[in-house]
Design a protein around this ligand. Structure first.
Ligand code: ADP
Ligand code: MG
Length: 263
């Protein structure tokens, strides 16, 4: 186990999940998930509605308590610490510190409606990362350019299209300099003509080497951008592998059934 701040071995996966089990009350939602996401790789999670995709993402940054198993991000347990060989749940403040390295983008953009684009981008870096206002604004400007929205810093979210708002939400997550980005159906709430501009930003981000876990129904994106596609059904990993295998030549009947419905 590394001391805090110790750089981890490049060979350690960015995400390592073992035996992840999650119930809501007595209802099992995730039934012993194992998942590795290597550094710089993109994993797309697909599967039917209700299969546990959002819950899995929320467990990766410990927005949900888990009932069994472990989640390690960059070689560190996210919700627990290990002492004398036993796992102890961390306090929310400690979990929040570890979570600061993980960016998350939701289906509904969750921008602060009463704040301008610029304020949305500088809020967390100054409050949590303790960046100077000047540094945070400089980073925000760079990020706006990167997501194709240079010059929109004074707009309020309601003045932007859904696609623009989602690109701001991505920029806001990146402003925290995350090691890992989680996306939960980032284009599902968008009008069809706005989907492409968000996927383009995500493709650029993947090409820049960001490690990403993307829950999506965009099969063309998964085919093209994913290193690994994971099919989740009833809280289990049914099949996992490169897109040309899982999406084109699946081994499992449940994968074929799912693809027949969505393709
Ligand atoms: P997906 O994202 O694949 O559609 P979810 O992870 O949202 O699936 O949900 C998986 C299952 O867990 C569903 O049956 C859903 O109804 C249930 N569920 C999700 N969130 C909660 C919650 N907060 N309380 C109780 N049940 C939930
Ligand atoms: Mg979901």
């Amino acid at each position: 186990m590394n001391a805090p701040g110790t750089p981890t071995d490049a060979a350690v996966p960015m995400v390592r999940v073992r035996g992840l089990t999650k119930r809501y009350g007595t209802v099992p939602v995730l039934n012993g998930i194992d998942l590795d996401v290597l550094r710089g790789e993109v994993t797309c999670v697909i599967g039917p509605s209700g299969s546990g995709k959002s819950t899995l993402l929320r467990c990766l940054n410990h927005l949900e308590r888990i009932d069994a198993g472990t989640v390690e991000i960059d070689g560190r347990l996210i919700g627990h610490r290990r002492r004398n060989g036993k796992l102890h749940e961390l306090k929310e403040s400690a979990i929040a510190r570890r979570r600061a390295d993980i960016g998350m983008v939701f289906q509904s953009f969750h921008l602060f409606p009463h704040l301008t684009v610029l304020e949305n981008l500088v809020e967390a870096p100054t409050a949590v990362r303790k960046l100077s206002r000047q540094d945070a604004e400089r980073t925000a400007g760079d990020l706006l350019e990167r997501v194709g929205l240079a010059g929109r810093q004074d707009a309020y979210p309601r003045h932007l299209s859904g696609g623009q708002q989602q690109r701001i939400a991505i920029a806001r997550a990146l402003a925290m300099e995350p090691k890992l980005m989680l996306f939960d159906e980032p284009t599902s709430a968008l009008d069809p003509e706005l989907v492409g501009e968000v996927l383009d930003v995500m493709r650029d981000l993947a090409a820049s080497g960001m490690t990403m876990v993307v829950v999506t129904h965009e099969m063309a994106f998964a085919r093209q951008a994913a290193d690994t596609v994971v099919l989740l059904d009833s809280g289990e990993v049914v099949e996992s592998g490169p897109p040309e295998q899982v999406l084109v030549d699946p081994r499992e009947a449940r994968t074929r059934e799912f693809l027949a419905r969505v393709l």
